[in-house]
Structures are given as C-alpha cells and as structure tokens.
Design a protein around this ligand. Structure first.
Ligand SMILES: *Cc1c(COP(=O)(O)O)cnc(C)c1O
Length: 406
C-alpha cells in the first residue's frame, strides 16, 4: 500500500490569496454593482515592453525555420542570456560573477522552493517574519520544520527573525544559530530595503557561523537609493556563503512569460563539496530549461531599447508607490516601504487587526489589499498595498481610502 508524503498534511489552512479571493468573491456576489479596486496580489499589470515583443517575434520566426530551429536548451541556459546577465547585473556593479555561475530557470518561485533540496534535512532555517511563504512551505514539504503551533502560527524547528517598526523592518542576528538564512531585499511584503553596510554584517555573520544565505533579489530593479545594494555579491565574502535568486517577473513584467535565474558561486563549498556542482546536477536531472523564445526575450531586457523601456515601466509603478505612500501619510497612517520596492506597508489604524482592516476596506470603500498576518505573526496589525495597479485605479483607491470612516 502506498503512502503519501505526510509533510504536506502539516501545511496549515488555506493559502492567503485564496482566502482573500473567497472574501472578495462573496462580497462581489452580494454587491454586483460595486467596482472593486485590487491592490492585493503582487502581480504586474503593464503590457510587455516593445523591445521584448520584438525579440519574442524574432525568436518565433527562428523556430519556424530548419536552419535556426532550437530544441532543448543547454543545462544552465543559453550563453547569450547568461553572458548578458553576468555583464549587466554583476560585472557592471563590480561583482565578480561569471556566466557559468548562473543557472537560468523559469522563475524565482521554483528556485526558491527547489534550492532547499541540496541541503541536509538536519539544517535549521531562519526566516524573516513576515515572510514570502514559499521559503517556509517548501521546507515544510521536505520535513525540515518540525511541528506547527496553531496558536503562535510558528514551526518548532524554524528560527523566526521579526521585522517590525522597532528594527526598521531589517532582521537582527538570531539567538540560535541557523544553517540556512533566507533574506529577501527589497522585501516582499514590507517593502523595506537593507543597506550595504547591514548586508555586509549578515555576510560576515554567515561566514563566521558557517551558514548559507539564500538571497532573494526579485525586486532589485525598484531600488532608488544609492546606499542599497542590488546584489549580495556587492558584499565582500558573499561568494563563499550566498546563493542569489533573481526573477524577470517584476523588472520586466514576465509573471506570465516566466524567466528567472539563480547564482551559485563556485567558491561556495561545504568541506570539499561544491554547491555549484550539486545544483548543476539537480538542474540537469530535474529540469529542461526555460523556452528559447523566453530566453531571447530575457536577452532583450538588457538591450539599449529594453533598458530604457523597462526603466519607464518601473518608474510608472514607483510613481504609484509614491502616490500611495504620500496619500496615506497625509491621511495620518503609519507607513513604510514604497521607496525601493513596489510595496507599501502600513499599520492598520485604530488598533484593528490586519483582517479587520481588510474587511473594513473591502466593505466600506471596495479596495482590496493584503492582511499582514498572512505573511507571519509579526505581520499582524500591518497591511500591504501594491503599486502594481494602473495609475487611474491607484488614484481612485487613495481617494476612497481617505474617505474611510474609522
Ligand atoms: C514575485 C516574487 C518572486 C518572483 O517569482 P517568479 O517565480 O520569478 O515569478 C520571487 N520572490 C519574491 C519574494 C517575490 O515576491
């Protein structure tokens, strides 16, 4: 008789966004005349930039001719894309990362979920609280997290690093020593960034205690301040302790196109075993690569036209972020984020819990956001709004929020 992977049964209740979806659908069904504005899920809304569409069309035509048709992609991804990444994302910023340390994939969510496979089940993970749920849930599925406490909403074998107003939403070194440290900056959900100096301290810490940092830089393109690092490899010693995850979803609108990559430096070792070799083995065995068409589209992200167009796209969203941030401030809210990230993180007013504020916004003014508690216990009493809507909807949502009767 077969058995299932019982770790899956340990996963608590419904997924945050399906819980939100249910509430919104129920409200919509009861009030079909109301126009709901969604600033909840972190998905982009602007169409693909012209340079990317052009690259896609070109690649489609190549696939239609015998001379230029392509089958399986190379294991690590096409060299034209890995070279563009190494040059533009790393060397241009003074990071000594080579094309053969880059593994192209179909997105950072899969990589974030899969990377834990190359580590022992004995490893203890540390995560920020609140946190992007993939890091924890993928470790639950693997059986690394111990038992779940329904009241505290925490796992017995996970080290939580609260990120709140008190520490400016940047984690402090935990009391217990972790083996794997998940960091995401600029952060989803808080919109906070980490300074180069503070990230250097984390790199030094990881090297000192023998931990690996899994650094999710999906929001790198939204950084506006000089003191904020775009890559963990801007820190000295990071190549000996850090894996970096990147995505084309937020900088180029590829959430539906699918492209990302992981950097595993060759220096990163456990004794005499190279993590690069383990990840290469995993990639080669379980993955057949992102589509050629999409890798060509990814290459266009780094072209001159692509860069200009995407800068505009990011600026469009960041203009929304500023509009939300300023509007909430004016209305007397406690607000953070929105400067180096497309997320605005606010304190629920009048001592409300995050779900109470969610209901209040939905029912009174028909605006949907994300309750902070969905990202972890320290997110309780906080709320996330995204800048990924249209400008018109953002303006209207802010007018409505300002009219809330609290
Ligand atoms: C959106 C997002 C990603 C990107 O995921 P993809 O699978 O590349 O679309 C990765 N990490 C975080 C924290 C995100 O919010």
């Amino acid at each position: 008789m077969f058995k299932i992977n019982e770790n899956y049964l340990k996963l608590p209740g419904s997924y945050l966004f399906s819980a939100i979806g249910k509430k919104v659908n129920a409200y919509s069904a009861a009030h079909p005349d109301k126009k709901i504005i969604r600033l909840g899920i972190g998905d982009v809304t602007q169409p693909l930039a012209p340079a990317i569409i052009e690259a896609l069309h070109g690649a489609v035509d190549e696939m239609g001719k015998a001379e230029t048709f392509r089958g399986y992609a190379p294991d690590l991804g096409y060299e034209f894309l890995r070279n563009a990444i190494a040059e533009n994302d790393y060397r241009a910023r003074g990071c000594d990362i080579h094309a053969d340390e880059i593994f192209v994939s179909d997105g950072a969510k899969c990589d974030a979920g899969n990377i834990q496979e190359i580590f022992s089940l004995d490893n203890r993970i540390a995560v920020c609280d609140p946190v992007y749920p993939v890091y924890v849930d993928s470790n639950v599925m693997a059986g690394r997290t111990g038992t779940y406490d329904n009241i505290a909403e925490t796992w017995s074998n996970v080290i939580y690093m609260p990120c709140t107003e008190e520490n400016d939403f940047a984690p402090e070194f935990p009391k217990e020593t972790p083996d794997l440290i998940y960091l995401c900056f600029p952060n989803n959900p808080t919109g906070a960034a980490i300074t180069r100096q503070r990230l250097q301290e984390w790199v030094d810490y990881a090297n000192r205690v023998g931990a690996v940092i899994i650094y999710d830089a999906a929001y790198e393109a939204y950084i506006s301040e000089e003191k904020i690092p775009h890559s963990i490899y801007e820190c000295e010693g990071a190549k000996a302790c850090a894996i970096e995850l990147r995505s084309f979803s937020k900088n180029a609108g590829f959430t539906g196109v699918r492209l990302g990559f992981t950097v595993v430096p060759k220096e990163l070792r456990c004794g005499d075993v190279s993590l690069h070799a383990l990840w290469a083995r995993r990639h080669g065995t379980k993955y057949n690569g992102a589509p050629y068409l999409v890798q060509r589209a990814g290459e266009a992200v780094y072209s001159e036209a692509g860069r200009i167009q995407l800068k505009e796209q990011v600026a469009y969203y960041m203009n929304n972020a500023r509009y939300i941030y300023d509007g909430l401030k004016e209305a007397g809210y406690t607000v953070s984020g929105g400067v180096n990230a497309p997320y605005i993180w606010l304190k629920a007013p009048c001592g409300m819990t995050s779900w109470e504020f969610f209901d209040c916004l939905l029912e009174q003014v028909n605006v949907v956001g994300t309750p902070g508690s969905g990202f972890g216990p320290s997110g309780e009493t906080y709320f996330r709004l995204t800048a990924f809507g249209s400008y018109e909807n953002t303006v209207e949502a802010m007018e409505r929020i300002k009219g809330l009767e609290l």
